[in-house]
Design a protein around this ligand. Structure first.
Ligand SMILES: [Zn+2]
Length: 142
């Protein structure tokens, strides 16, 4: 019998390895922190306590980072509609966007674009490019 490993198995293995490594790191940091505080490794008592405290803080934050939920990426889109020529435009949601907000001038006419709808879609991968030029999609009316 030939054992086959599919991609998901490999992924799970690598993530569990990361978890194990993280746990080891957390335990090591905690031990090191305790050693600093009680063992007196450093030059003086105050810095010993400070370094130990920092190490323990770091260890606990490392533990909390682990609880990251693996949710699908959500992307929020705003749909704009020209009040004059009725042209529609879809763009990425921006801070403080809300329905009925008038945002910008229409590309086609002198009118103003108004947000008519805001919705979010679930994606497997994020499509928002870093800080590239904003992709502007236009929907033509039927
Ligand atoms: Zn227009």
């Amino acid at each position: 019998m030939i054992e086959e490993e599919n991609d998901e198995d490999v992924l799970e293995k690598s993530t569990s390895w990361k978890k194990v490594l993280k746990h080891i790191a957390v335990v090591a940091l905690l031990i090191l922190g305790v050693l600093f505080i009680y063992g007196g490794i450093g030059p003086d008592q105050v810095s010993n306590f400070f370094i130990g405290f920092m190490l323990i803080c770091f260890a606990t934050t490392l533990l909390q980072v682990q609880k990251e939920p693996e949710e699908p990426y959500k992307q929020t889109l705003s749909i704009l509609n020209c009040q004059k020529c009725d042209m529609k435009k879809v763009r990425h949601y921006e801070d403080r966007d809300y329905v009925y907000k008038i945002i910008e001038d229409c590309d086609e006419c002198e009118g103003k674009m108004q947000i008519t709808q805001i919705y979010s879609v679930k994606l497997k991968k994020p499509t928002i490019p870093g800080k590239k030029k904003e992709k502007k999609l236009t929907i033509k009316n039927p």
